[in-house]
Ligand binder design. Structure first.
Ligand code: ADP
Length: 389
């Protein structure tokens, strides 16, 4: 009995499963998708990436049966999609396409209410749900609800597209280059917002993009395809970037591999620099000597876990010489112009560092001192290889 239950759980945990799926359009020699076997777990966001024409959209469209597979089976939530009425299947799967795919002659509210209307929901329930979703995607329903799509920016239309796909709370979302039509700044914001929404909702998402950086930013796992719909690698972003499985993947990742890895490399306390820590009340002469003995040209000034700033050794030496015994470290502190949150990725940390004149910045966890980030720290973290440990 218990064993049976476990088996069922394992099966249920895979929300989308491709079993030897192939697709050939018409009489073409080369298939668009070749013998794909892959499964997506509940609550997971899987990005499908690869060059144009490698079958990404076809894979997505086979899930909601806009395209029928030539061979193989696709199982969604335990059911073979071939045996589910296509219209019923589509109502249970959110679908987001480029530019939102909104109906131009319907208001924003009516666009979002498309599936609830098809499902015959009560008007009041629908209205509440629509307003709740517009809030969720960052649009004020009172300001935007009665407008038409053309009266919204591209980014706003895209948000409405996401709201519409979520309307009937489907467990599965299919997203086909959803943020492809907006400019990079807006795309960046949409990605961040979508990631936030996904953290709360934990939908099972298949997300098509040709943009590897987008995939690295938002996906739990990434499936890389080559032309002919061949799955080259299916792995989490850090593994993909640090251990590409084939020459194709190496080439697809490109020479920016190191930079891309920064985006998936966490800050580890062990990697950070540990400079000499001084207290503001320490005497300048003592502090200068401590720095000299440790071969440091500067020291960090910390008081009960709070970083006050840093102090150059030369300044301490000079102050001690001219001011005598009374001179304290606290009189010569230079404040940092920025700090880094310990929960950021190395990419954010490094770019914060690059934006400052300083070659080092303190890393803080909830305001408390953890260590110091320098270019060497970034280098060490990248050289370490995969996420071991
Ligand atoms: P991607 O989304 O990776 O750009 P697609 O799935 O759109 O790739 O296309 C994969 C291959 O299938 C391409 O060679 C494309 O030309 C072909 N294809 C896609 N849709 C059709 C169709 N409706 N009829 C014929 N060929 C198609």
């Amino acid at each position: 009995m218990i064993t049976g239950g476990d088996e069922k759980d394992t099966e249920i945990d895979e929300v989308i499963r491709f079993d030897g799926v192939s697709k050939r359009y018409g009489r073409r020699d080369s298939p668009a998708v070749r013998d794909l076997t892959m499964s997506v777990r509940r609550g997971e966001l899987v990005a499908l990436v690869g060059p144009s024409g490698c079958g990404k959209s076809t894979i997505l469209r086979m899930v909601n049966r806009l395209v029928e597979p030539t061979a193989g089976r696709i199982v969604v939530d335990g059911r073979d999609t071939a045996h589910v009425d296509a219209v019923t299947l589509r109502r249970g799967i959110g679908y987001v396409i480029q530019a939102g795919g909104l109906l131009p002659h319907r208001t924003i509210r009516r666009n979002v209410a498309t599936v609830p209307a098809l499902l015959g929901w009560d008007d009041e329930v629908t209205r509440r749900r629509v307003d709740e979703l517009l809030h969720l995607v960052g649009l004020d329903p009172w300001a935007y609800g009665d407008r038409y799509p053309a009266q919204l920016s591209g980014g706003q239309q895209q948000r409405v597209g996401v709201a519409r796909a979520l309307a009937a709370d489907p467990p599965v979302l299919l997203m086909d280059e959803p943020f492809g039509a907006v400019d990079p700044v807006v795309r960046d914001r949409l990605q961040t917002e979508f990631r936030r929404i996904q953290t709360d909702l934990r939908k099972t998402v298949l997300f098509v993009t040709h943009d590897l950086d987008e995939a690295v930013r938002i996906a739990d796992r990434i499936a890389v395809f080559s032309t002919g719909g061949v799955l080259e690698q299916f792995a989490d972003p850090e593994t993909l970037l640090s251990a590409p499985a084939s020459d194709f993947v190496v080439e697809f990742i490109g020479s920016d591999r190191g930079l891309r890895r920064l985006a998936v490399t966490p800050i580890r306390a062990d990697d950070l620099e540990r400079p000499v820590v001084l207290a503001p009340g320490d005497g300048a002469a003592y502090a200068a000597t401590a720095l000299e003995l440790d071969g440091r040209s500067w020291g960090l000034v910390v008081e009960s876990d709070r970083v006050l700033g840093w102090v150059p050794r030369g300044r301490l030496t000079e102050a001690a010489r001219s001011g005598g015994r009374g001179v304290r470290v606290g009189d010569h502190v230079r404040e940092f112009t920025a700090s880094i949150d310990a929960h950021e990725t190395m990419r954010t940390a490094f770019s914060t560092l690059l934006a400052q004149e300083s070659r080092f910045l303190p890393v803080l966890d909830g305001g408390s001192y953890v260590g110091v980030l320098t270019p060497d720290v970034v280098h060490t973290a990248l050289r370490r290889g995969t996420a071991a440990g």
